[in-house]
Ligand binder design. Structure first.
Ligand SMILES: NC(=O)C1=CN([C@@H]2O[C@H](COP(=O)(O)OP(=O)(O)OC[C@H]3O[C@@H](n4cnc5c(N)ncnc54)[C@H](O)[C@@H]3O)[C@@H](O)[C@H]2O)[C@H](O)CC1
Ligand SMILES: [K+]
Length: 480
């Protein structure tokens, strides 16, 4: 687990109704319990808090320990700078208490002159996971002050020794870090305190994942993704259109390669049409379409491409030669059944529903969520790519881990929503996301857009209406 995961988990926890105040309470309580277990009670304790959430944890620690200890809270910095609602909430509680002494320290020279002798335990809640660079004043003086007492008082850091990873950091006896150890944390002793995340958070896709997947990459045209959609046939033109249109809300440029016969019916200025001759894709189109793929960040192949023999051969040859991250959807999946070997060494996402999954892998996903997930994970590992199994709960795996998505509703059984999903997933891939994240967040956004349509119109809607809600779904995520 990395620090980034913590921010994602906290947002997803909030989505599940677990408020940041609850998490902070559990974090502070965990630190206080650890201190009591190690050092007993009846002690004189100093808690140093900064104005971020690490400091907020410190406010909770001070309150919990005040029950059976003599506690002084030093706020280092300006009270007005206490940022988050949860930290403010705990600060207000603390200010109303008579048995916790509070001192606000804004002035570095005053901090340098502090005398901390007599304190048995010093709790360091100055800076946590939000630290950037070396500690600045007046935090820096507080770090140096605490370090004067290393070896004399017990020093316990909240989450990490303040100042870490820079060299100017608190010399802690140990740190109490939350829920799980972080990959970034090294070179100091850590105790883990659980803070009340349910197991769902390992697997459930939520707005936290989506926020990270949607981060803008640059300010110039083309820096925020270029995508090629390959699809359509004599039988279908709507499917590749839906995929391309959905993607066009998320990336800078969408190219749509289609047989000329069906491309004629599309006149959408948001998309760049790249027709190929004839009624279906054939192996002769390979060079031209590969040329188009060279110019983009990711490729979707399959929506509406049909099951004509020549189209299937085209799909296999294209996939074999394509160097870009790929989403393989719909009939293109069936084309691969005859030679899945063409996927070898590629970066790709397969997006089957249960029926296509069975045709591809010879097994039907059955049983409860974990049983199905195990099967998806096993098959993803075998093919060496990412699988997004569409269903009531979508299940996504890259062969190493698995996620599931719960957004969406019964109305989404309408034709074309799978194409919309492929479009969103392809766009997220073109934005530079890992296949696992692109597929997970794609399922989440597609379902969310569908839920927004349902809220307005009920369960009888069409795929194009889902497409049109994509920007609203994105805004919801950004504002969450
Ligand atoms: N899920 C969890 O693990 C939870 C952890 N909690 C605690 O929250 C902190 C992270 O909080 P955050 O507010 O993001 O960051 P900080 O407290 O580290 O403070 C950022 C604060 O400090 C300023 N700042 C940044 N760098 C410096 C610097 N070099 N010098 C001076 N000041 C700096 C910045 O401007 C911000 O204002 C985590 O560590 C946990 O302790 C939650 O309470 C529960 C969930
Ligand atoms: K700290």
């Amino acid at each position: 687990m990395r620090i980034e995961d913590v921010y994602i988990w906290d947002i997803n926890a909030k989505w599940l109704g677990i408020s940041p105040v609850q998490l902070m309470e559990n974090a502070g309580a965990g630190v206080a319990r650890t201190i009591e277990e190690r050092f007993g009670d009846g002690l004189k304790i100093a808690v140093f808090s900064g104005t971020g959430n690490n400091g907020g944890d410190g406010f909770v620690v001070a309150r919990h320990l005040s029950f059976e200890n003599d506690v002084t809270l030093f706020l280092v910095g300006d009270e007005a700078k206490i940022r988050s609602e949860e930290a403010k909430h705990n600060w207000e509680i603390l200010k109303g208490l008579d048995f916790v002494k509070i001192q606000v320290l804004k002035d570095s020279s005053y901090i340098k002159s502090l005398d901390l002798s007599g304190f048995d335990v010093i709790v360091d809640a100055l800076l946590g996971a939000g630290t950037r660079g070396e500690p600045r004043e007046p935090i820096r003086s507080a770090v140096e002050k605490i370090n004067e007492y290393a070896g004399k008082a017990k020093i316990v850091s909240v989450d990490l020794p303040s100042g870490y990873p820079s060299g100017i950091r608190v010399k802690a006896d140990f740190a109490v870090t939350f829920q799980w150890d972080k990959e970034e944390y090294q070179g100091f002793e850590r105790v883990i305190a659980k803070i009340g995340y349910p197991r769902e958070l390992y697997h459930l896709v939520g707005p936290g994942d989506a926020k990270f997947a949607l981060r803008k990459k640059g300010e110039h045209k083309g820096q925020n993704g270029k995508l090629l959609v390959i699809g359509g046939s004599e039988d279908y033109f709507g499917a590749p259109y839906l995929a391309a249109k959905a993607a066009s809300y998320l990336v800078d440029l969408v190219y749509l390669a289609m047989p000329e016969y069906s491309a004629r019916r599309i006149g959408d200025p948001d998309l760049i049409l790249r027709p190929v001759e004839g009624r279906n894709f054939t192996p002769e189109h390979g060079d031209r379409v590969l040329e188009l793929a060279r110019n983009v960040d990711a490729v979707i192949i399959g929506p509406g491409i049909g099951l004509a023999e020549e189209a299937k051969v085209f799909v296999r040859e294209f996939v074999k030669r394509c160097e870009k991250p790929l989403v393989v959807d719909a009939d293109a999946l069936k084309a691969l059944v005859e030679d899945p070997g063409v996927l070898k060494g590629k970066t790709f996402i397969l997006t089957p529903h249960a029926g296509e999954f069975r045709i591809l892998f010879g097994e039907k996903p059955e049983g409860d969520l974990e049983e199905k997930a195990k099967l998806v994970m096993e098959k993803a590992k075998t093919v060496g790519g990412t699988i997004l199994l569409k269903g009531h709960y979508d299940i996504i795996s890259d062969g190493k881990t698995w996620r599931y998505n719960k957004t969406g509703n019964r109305g989404m059984t309408t034709g074309g929503t799978g194409d919309v999903l492929a479009g969103i997933v392809g766009a997220l891939l073109a934005l530079g996301n890992s296949p696992l994240r692109a597929a997970s967040v794609g399922a989440f956004l597609n379902g969310l857009a569908g839920d927004m349509v349902k809220e307005e119109t009920g369960e009888n809607f069409t795929a194009l209406e889902v497409v049109k809600k994509v920007p609203k779904a994105v805004r919801w995520v950004e504002e969450f």
